[in-house]
Design a protein around this ligand. Sequence first.
Ligand code: ADP
Ligand code: MG
Ligand code: MG
Length: 875
Amino acid sequence: TKLVYMFDEGKRDMKETLGGKGANLAEMTRIGLPVPFGFTISTQACNTYYDSNRKITGELKEQVLSSLKQLEETTGKKLGDPGHPLLVSVRSGAVFSMPGMMDTVLNLGMNDDTVEAMAKLTNNARFAYDSYRRFIQMFSDVVLEVDVYFFEQHLEEVRERKGYTSDPEMTAEDWKEVITGYKNIVKKHTKRTFPEDPKEQLFLAIQSVFDSWNNQRAIIYRRLNKIPGHLGTAVNIQSMVFGNMGDDSGTGVAFTRDPSTGESILYGEYLINAQGEDVVAGIRTPQPIQTLQNDMPDVFQQFIDTCKRLESHYGDMQDIEFTVERGNLFILQTRNGKRTAQAAIRMAVEMEREGIISKTEALLRVDPDQLNQLLHQRIDDSYEFTRLVKGLPASPGAATGHVVFDSDDAEALSQEGKKVILVRPETTPDDIHGIVSAEAIVTSRGGMTSHAAVVARGMGKACICGCDGLKIDLKNKQFRVGDTVVNYLDRITIDGGTGEIMLGDIPMIAPELSEEFQTLLQWADEKRTLGVRTNADTPEDAKKALEFGAGGIGLCRTEHMFMDATRIPIVRDMILAENLDERMAALEKLLPMQQGDFTEIFEAMNGHPVTVRLLDPPLHEFLPDKEELIVDVTKLQITNPSSHELKEKEQLLKKVRQLDEFNPMLGHRGCRLGMVYPEIYMMQAKAIFYAAADLLNKGLVMEPEVMIPLVGHVNELKAMRQVVEEAADQIEQETGKKINYTVGTMIEIPRAALTADEIATEADFFSFGTNDLTQTTFGFSRDDAESKFLQHYIEQNTLPENPFMVLDQEGVGKLVETGVKLGRETKPSLKTGICGEHGGEKSSIEFCFEKGLDYVSCSPYRVPLARLAAAQATI
Ligand code: ADP
Ligand code: MG
Ligand code: MG
């Protein structure tokens, strides 16, 4: 089998065989760019090496030697030849570029003989001995694993002894002295002499590249980036060119466009009279690429032309490494350059306009996941700061403010115009006014679906949850992380995207929807067939989502309207009601409030469809915490046994105990509330229809979609549908307005998906609630799973991903697919969507497209991501 390829035998699409670097070196050779000649040992050879117990096989050895011979013939030089020595670099190169692999070895082939030849040929002994000592140092470090520190120490000692302050003062004789010392260091640390046979050097270096494929750094990097371990790395052997031959030589790197802004300008740096890694090593400060125009005008022009050629050849921004040897330009590497989200968008749009790529390609150039960075205020990374502690990144965005520990403080201070960050062990519906007032929320307990997390995400506010490194002392109004104490009103900064908390103020960058971003999203809209809606419970969210291009609301949750601080007392009256009359009285008070909410949201949506979900959470969520109540009651029994307050609290506690459930997630919630208390759903439905009638009065159209949650059996939906229809009839009669509406259900119980054909007889639409559907399909309660065992599952590869973030296509996805299929058998026109958090995740969006769903619905800040991902799914 062929294991080695000369540079002129390969091309760009051979990455799997030649690695990224090798394939591009071959491609550049093929199109006639000045690339020092060489050959590439394939990734298969690396795998064979491992299959043969880390031995270089005879076959590989033979092929390397014959390729070497070809290289020698082409260059007219020979490895180890004392007259015309060939020197090479040995460079690793995996299929995906991978830091952590072996570092490059330069100047391989040098020894006591060839260094003399180099000195004579270049007429520059100083240069030759400098190169030799660099080689010994690099080879020893990278291949023989002797710490560079020993070499640096020795060099320093010689330099000092000679009274020099910098390397350029060293003469050839001085370097010879250094070389002798270097060889002694190698002998001392490896118990052998430095290998002077160039072929031995070559095979040792090759082996070292193979070995580096499985070093710790590389393994960890692969795991983090999900790169399979069986790919192996290629090895590139390339004849050397020298950027350190004097002032007409140099080396540098450049991007064909600015990788941080995307602007179309050459962006890079170079050093005169330097070799290889000197530019990145930071020993000398490099110069901006533009000044190369003055230093070497001809080379600069040639380089500009080459950059343009490479960029249009690859159709993407290139990251290019080059070296100039005595006025001659050589290209040593090119690859698609890494870039920020902002730059990715600008480049994609501008390249389309320049005719380099098509719109379709432009759409594929931007990773939807990257967009998140752009839609929230974020921390300016160019600033140095230390992190205090880390929790769960529950809701992205960054914020700075004064620390407060209770919601009343948060509200009071924010009314004074102060920015605050609410820090709590956890939050409850009683904290809503605090959450609304705060810039961001931090809790020490609770997971990604805790109250704080859900509410914060809904509001687009930064939030960190479950930060258990943070010890909160509510009594003394302070928190502690290790020895650090943070007091009430101290300033902190949090990054909800990473979960990090920092002391003090950290500079921020505001979110920007650039003109190019808008353009790209417009192109996405032209391409996509999948609808994108948003999950929004407030007019503010609705407006934000419209701004971001949502086509409607796919999930408007009504419980948040119940949690408003001013309504909680009425909601509690409703729950505590001893009989229907009492409950109706409370509901009567709630009705106009809900109606007002709906009117505002419907108006904000300006004719776009809105799906309203009727009450879903168990009622105890609107009541105070049981433990706290017990403490209060006990206290009052001692201090004020005959008080009215005690009576009230005792009654409340009784109700809390009645409502207590063994497993609230599977308890009395969703349509099960509506089944037992139809008057609650009736009130909500009336509020919806009154609001719709209101809009009709104002000449606006709104056709509400009423959604019944947690249906498992068609009879549940049938009963609830009747309630909704009754409400509609009543309001139509009362207002004289004909309201067009639909009734549908959330599919979030496996039974509903499996009997979707029956359910569809009562439903006008299905919305897959994949958060609950994932819980009920796996039988995982999300909070318990995420805090107790899911991480373990993912680390052990039991599950590939967190199924609450990335839709489990084989299991939960199969239920979605079944639901769509069965539902449409009954009702071909059935509208289907997804409203779980998966609606904002790109692979799940692609799945929804493939299974023929009509739309996805996600949080307002994810709408742009979903638009792009929906377009990419169609390509
Ligand atoms: P990395 O993957 O870490 O960038 P490279 O294999 O690209 O490592 O090598 C790093 C640098 O070494 C190159 O940018 C180039 O400056 C220098 N280099 C590599 N091969 C040669 C060569 N044949 N001649 C001159 N310099 C080289
Ligand atoms: Mg490189
Ligand atoms: Mg649900």
